[in-house]
Design a protein around this ligand. Structure first.
Ligand SMILES: [Zn+2]
Ligand SMILES: [Zn+2]
Length: 743
């Protein structure tokens, strides 16, 4: 029996439990899953090394951690892996602000965040933690770059790219929010410069087909994949015109014979054939270097010009050929039929183009008559497009190519990897300091041996993220040599579950593309579907006062302060309970107070009951009179356990916790009823109740592990530690009293 005073003091018990877990090595993934053991790799999101966990991380890791603990308790082989997305602009800018070397700043931030995570009791395998800025990691980013280059999935093109003057770098389209930089929120402008791109087209169709087969993905996760893909179903047909043959697409199958014009993407591979004269070519050039990406979704303001060329439509009428990036925003870099008769956006464009003859809108209340085009065949288009992967910043993976005046752009031979990033670069915020380092830049050409220069652009951290889910599955000592070939990869991949924020859809989409590429290249041949995540849970973000948390609004909730005030278990429970994963969590003190009240209540109640148990006598007659009540308690426990098990397996942690709180109410209700009937508990009643409280502590373990384990220890059960690590198969509520004789 525990002699501790039953005061709930998380500041005392939580560090004690954490030390015990660390000593028992409970978080370490097993060397390999035993035969017949289910491997469960839980991949949590990889944060930037910002130096502070925010509430979104706490939500993410509380979900992933309770899922991992649940599976461990069920006897599965669990790998709870973790790594930092350590390269990139945020770290570099923070280092500039503090006048530190970026490498030092990242190391400090990572160490601080790991402490925060340990303090919250997250059961990551901390021996496997990695930083994407480690040489053993980014050497493989370079290998991946060269491999994809060989596969023609990476190319260099002179492109119009978004450029932020403040951050002095190009931005990917997804990093531009309403025409402003995602990082500094200053206005972005477009410039032309040579840029490296990842080609995603070869695997779009497969990503699309597989998305329908992803069984353990929640709706939010699937919705992001469908949105990014942007598939349109319709028909395509061949038209002839002054520029030759042109395949045109329309989603309006039934009206393909009623087109008024053809709209060509400025990125269409054959666009040049349709430019009648120098003036029109100039217009295309202007469009390409203009600011169209940001207005490309609005048909009223999107750039538009007329090529002067025509094609013959399905109904024999000549259709003017127009060019506009609106095609890209809707269907990708293709050609589409403009059918103002049935298409709102096309109507807006038609009104802006002189050569488009006024069409007859259908009379009020009348549906236009269908006119399918003869020869049209079923077709689809994807909006998803290649993305730029190079940046002009120094805190990133050096792109492994060499520029030689005689030989051109050459890949660094793979045996010369990694191209090491100097760790002592002092970022200034202006330009790229890598370009100022002759010891980095000057190199012998791998082909002619003459003087050559290294590429000074680095890879965007979006590129590193393409395989951020891999290293945790490789023992740290083997990562430098066997990142993509280690035999243990086959034990853990695909990951049983990715738990990530709802804004990770782009990362995940591209991770799925690259997995397929590496499957075809051989390394990931064992993942036949080319899918890195068998299951995926996307959750919404955490806001406060109905608004996104931001320093600017002064509504940032600091997890450290909450842990100081209430303890880690309360914070975890509150975050999990306050909203289901698909809902935005509007943070309120109510959730913390509720969670804290529950934990205190359960703690005190359980300690009191465990303490009074030895004092109680057994009277067979009294026990017989309350037997039906114990039966009912057993049923409540069985039902509760069944529900909590199902909820947790489905990552519906808010439901599991609600069922845990209900079960405590039932256990308390049992006591009230017995006391009402008999005046007091018999020993048999008290033992049944204690067993129910033990069960409750066991199922609380994944969510509030410190309090759960401490309550189990207080039960006086000799197997308390074992119980803490085991998920109950059924409610073990004794039928007869075990330790007492009749008085
Ligand atoms: Zn910026
Ligand atoms: Zn050369």
């Amino acid at each position: 029996m525990s002699n501790q005073k039953p005061t709930y003091d998380p500041a005392r018990i939580e560090p004690e439990r954490q030390a015990a877990w660390e000593q028992r090595g409970e978080y370490s993934a097993p060397p390999r899953p035993e035969p017949g053991q289910l491997p469960v790799y839980v991949k949590a999101s990889s944060p930037f090394t910002s130096g502070n966990l925010h509430m979104g991380h706490v939500r993410d890791y509380s979900i992933g951690d309770s899922y991992a603990r649940f599976h461990r308790a069920r006897g599965d082989a669990v790998l709870m892996g973790f790594g930092f997305d350590a390269f990139g602009l945020p770290a570099e800018l923070a280092a500039i602000e503090r006048g530190e070397l970026t490498a030092d700043w990242v190391a400090e931030c990572g160490a601080r965040m790991l402490l925060q995570m340990k303090r919250l009791g997250f059961s990551f395998d901390y021996d496997r933690v990695f930083y994407s800025s480690d040489e053993s990691f980014y050497g493989w980013s370079q290998w991946l770059f060269l491999t994809l280059l060989e596969m023609d999935m990476i190319y260099r093109d002179d492109a119009t790219v978004d450029w932020c003057d403040t951050c002095q770098t190009t931005l990917a389209t997804i990093q531009v929010e309403d025409g402003t930089c995602w990082r500094c929120h200053n206005e972005v402008r477009l410039i032309r410069r040579p840029t490296w791109f990842l080609r995603i087209k070869p695997y779009l169709e497969e990503n699309d087909a597989n998305t329908g087969e992803l069984r353990n993905w929640n709706d939010l996760a699937l919705a992001t994949q469908h949105y990014i893909l942007g598939r349109s179903e319709g028909v395509e047909l061949e038209l002839e015109g002054s520029g030759g043959a042109l395949t045109v697409f329309t989603p309006h199958r039934e009206f393909a014979g009623r087109a008024s014009f053809v709209l060509l993407s400025p990125r269409h591979p054959d666009v040049d054939a349709w430019l009648a004269d120098a003036e029109v070519r100039e217009q295309l050039e202007q469009m390409r270097s203009g600011g169209w990406e940001r207005s490309a979704r609005d048909a009223k303001s999107v750039p538009l010009f007329d090529t002067g060329a025509t094609v013959t439509g399905a109904d024999g009428i000549d259709l003017p050929v127009l060019v506009s990036p609106l095609v890209d925003a809707r269907f990708g870099p293709t050609a589409a039929l403009g059918i103002p008769l049935v298409d709102e956006a096309d109507r807006e464009l038609a009104a802006r183009a002189e050569r488009v003859a006024g069409f007859e809108p259908p009379a009020e209340g009348e549906d236009p008559a269908p006119a399918p085009a003869p020869g049209a065949r079923a077709a689809k288009r994807y909006r998803a497009n290649d993305f730029s992967i190079s940046r002009q910043r120094s805190w990133g993976t050096p792109i492994p190519v060499i520029h030689c005046e005689r030989c051109g752009v050459l890949p660094v031979p793979k045996e010369d990897l990694p191209v090491v990033l100097p760790r002592d670069l002092v970022p200034t915020g202006e330009g790229n300091p890598l370009a100022e380092r002759p010891d980095f830049v000057d190199v012998a050409c791998p082909s002619c041996g003459g003087e050559a220069k290294r590429e000074t652009d680095t890879l965007d951290c979006h590129f590193d993220a393409l395989f951020l889910w891999v290293p945790a599955a490789v023992p740290p000592a083997d990562r430098a040599e066997q990142m993509f070939t280690h035999p243990e990869l086959q034990d853990w991949l695909p990951a049983e579950r990715l738990v990530a924020g709802g804004d990770s859809g782009g990362f995940v989409f591209d991770q799925r593309i690259v997995t397929k590429a590496l499957r075809d290249h051989g390394e990931f041949a064992f993942m036949e579907q080319g899918e890195p995540f068998a299951g995926c849970l996307f959750h919404e973000m955490v806001i406060a006062d109905g608004r996104k948390m931001s320093k600017h609004l002064g509504n940032v909730v600091n997890p450290d302060e909450l842990v100081d005030q209430y303890g880690a278990d309360t914070v975890r429970l509150a975050v999990l309970y306050a909203a289901g994963p698909a809902k935005t969590l509007n943070w309120s003190d109510g959730a913390v107070r509720f969670a804290n009240r529950f934990l205190r209540g359960f703690w005190t109640y359980a300690h009191d009951r465990f303490a009074q148990l030895p004092e109680l006598a057994h009277d067979p007659e009294a026990a017989a009179d309350t037997e039906h009540m114990r039966d009912r308690l057993r049923k409540w426990c069985d039902n509760g356990l069944e529900r909590i098990t199902a909820d947790t397996a489905e990552l519906q942690m808010h439901k599991a916790i609600r069922n845990i709180t209900r079960l405590l109410e039932r256990i308390q209700d049992f006591e009230k009823r017995v006391v009402k009937r008999r005046g007091q508990l018999d020993r048999a009643d008290a033992e049944a109740q204690a067993a129910a409280l033990v069960l409750l502590a066991q199922v609380l373990m994944p969510f509030a592990p410190h309090a759960g384990e401490q309550i189990l220890l207080a039960s006086g059960r000799p197997d308390a530690t074992e119980l803490a690590g085991r998920w109950p198969g059924e409610a073990e509520i004794p039928v007869q009293p075990q330790g007492a004789t009749a008085s």
